[in-house]
Write a protein that binds this ligand. Structure first.
Ligand code: TNX
Length: 503
């Protein structure tokens, strides 16, 4: 660099191209920088970009609007950000985007609503972390010029929050959703019911929430979402590109329902509330017609509340249900979900039953029913407990969490290939991956965040970035730069020694 050009280098905060998690498909650096100031305008040429523009204003900078026409003219303001699908290349897919950062203009071209959002999340990470939410500093900030092309490896990139063992407020759930979206995860699976609590209002059976919602592990206060709460969570997530997948776990994991409605048990007796952490002791009475009428009421209300394509029926660890009766129940329950216009999802165990139609099966431990489900044509979401179970401790020093699967460091969460994780599974059946957070030992938002960060960003890169482009050291270096962003956002995180720059 000659001395003259060094003198020209402005003393403004500058972002980095090597900061993006998950790693984009292609990042081609170009000469120069784009200067973002408080006067930089934003123009959206496409209605599909409106949520992305709102996100940009909220999380990048509160920039003024320009009309698309003004942004396209030669006398346009000195710098502008333009979002357009005009040249959208169908090969981008619904989540793909191109980001062209020139010296005067940033152009975002996306395949649809979600692609625009992911482009803005990338742009946010390209900005210097100091930009924060406080507005643009007087000298503006700089972003290196580049051309970025990006699209995900898998369409299903999720996390699950267990709100049944401990209850988390709608504000907590929305905050976790922001974290998912920052790393381009697009499914929030809410485990709404379990032995220790029923967390969603069902108008046909109010006792489920009013009685079944009052307990939690260790006698905590419990709680339940009103239907309006769930609608708000779903809408907040939608605006971030995240689809809520609600789960009502049946026929096991149902003590809270059985405590609220005694007639769901074969003996008709309500069960005492349960606040311990054992599994596999409760069951709906799967032999009785009334159980299916009840399930139809519950699924009907849930289907009406959630615009996403899926409803999760659980189906795990039903040790208290006779094995043959379990299979019959699963086949019927899956059909019931389809009758309400949704695709049923269930934990791996349901693969032992006849699925009878489009189904998504969430693998977590035993490969046999997962393979049986794949052989029946089900789509598979991979949540192998030894890589994705974020309730497992990082190491023995982690204050909360469990260890039945062993410790899961960030490196362990990162270093696996979903396509080769189950021997004999056709990779074409794999929809993606999901990281569950069970909350028997976790009861505050900060504890949730410390279990998710930094492992969730690692899993997000596993789900988004092609296998050939992933490399642990590159990831760890990019990730370490995010600590300032977490701190600025007030997100708690774990100083995992497996990540050099975070320890
Ligand atoms: C197994 S994984 C469960 C959950 C527990 C978890 C604890 C699965 C489908 N069921 O009920 O919370 O282990 O790690």
């Amino acid at each position: 660099m000659n001395p003259a050009s060094r003198r020209e280098t402005p003393a403004v905060l500058t972002g980095r191209l090597d900061a993006v998690v998950p790693l984009p498909l292609e990042v081609l650096p170009a000469p120069g920088q784009f200067h973002l100031t408080a006067a930089t305008t934003v123009a959206a040429v496409d209605d599909a970009a409106s949520d992305a523009v709102a996100l940009l204003r909220r999380r990048v900078a509160p920039l003024p609007s320009a009309t698309a026409a003004a942004a396209g003219r030669h006398d346009r303001p000195p710098s502008s950000i333009v979002l357009t699908s005009d040249e959208a290349d169908p090969a981008l897919g619904p989540e793909g985007y191109r980001l062209r950062i020139g010296t005067e203009r940033i152009e975002v071209v996306a395949g649809g609503h979600d692609g625009f959002l992911w482009a803005v999340q990338t742009l946010r990470q390209l900005m210097p972390p100091e930009l924060g939410d406080a507005g643009v500093p007087p000298d503006g900030v700089a972003v290196p010029c580049a051309s970025i092309h990006d699209a995900p490896r898998y369409p299903w990139r999720g996390a699950m929050l267990d709100v049944a063992r401990h209850f988390f407020s709608p504000a907590d759930v929305c905050s976790v959703t922001e974290l998912l979206a920052a790393y381009k995860l697009n499914r929030l699976h809410l485990h709404l019911t379990d032995d220790q609590g029923w967390r969603i209002e069902v108008r046909a059976h109010p006792e489920l929430a009013t009685v079944g919602g009052q307990t939690a592990v260790d006698g905590g206060p419990g709680g339940a979402y009103t239907q309006a709460d769930l609608t708000a969570i779903v809408e907040h997530a939608r605006r971030l590109g995240v689809t809520v997948v609600p789960e009502v776990d049946v026929p096991g994991h149902t003590n809270a329902a059985l405590s609220a409605l005694g007639w769901l048990s074969c003996d008709g007796e309500p069960r005492p509330p349960y606040t311990g952490t054992h599994v596999g002791f409760s069951s709906l009475c799967v032999e009785e017609e009334r159980t299916y009428g009840w399930l139809d009421d519950v699924i009907g209300e849930l289907a009406a509340l959630t615009p996403g394509a899926w409803i999760h029926l659980g189906g795990d660890e039903s040790a208290a249900t006779d094995a043959e009766a379990y299979r019959g129940f699963v086949t019927r329950a899956l059909d019931l979900v389809r009758a309400h216009g949704k695709v049923p999802v269930g934990w791996g165990e349901i693969g032992a039953a006849e699925l009878g139609g489009p189904t998504v099966v969430q693998h977590w431990f035993d490969p046999r029913p997962t393979l049986a489900a794949a052989a029946q044509g089900a789509g598979i979401v991979l949540s192998p407990a030894d890589r994705t179970y974020l309730d497992q401790k990082y190491d023995e020093s982690t204050p909360v969490g469990v260890t039945w699967m062993g410790a899961i460091t960030t490196e362990r969460a990162y270093a696996w290939d979903p396509a080769r994780s189950i021997e004999g599974l056709d990779p074409d059946r794999i929809l993606g991956i999901e990281a569950p957070l069970w909350t028997e030992t976790i009861s505050t938002r900060a504890e949730v965040e410390r279990m998710l960060v930094p492992r969730l960003p690692a899993l997000a890169e596993v789900a988004w970035t092609s296998e050939a482009s992933r490399e642990w050291r590159s990831f760890a270096a990019r990730l370490a730069g995010h600590r300032g962003r977490w701190d600025a956002d007030g997100i708690a995180w774990t100083a995992d020694p497996s990540v050099a720059g975070l320890a």
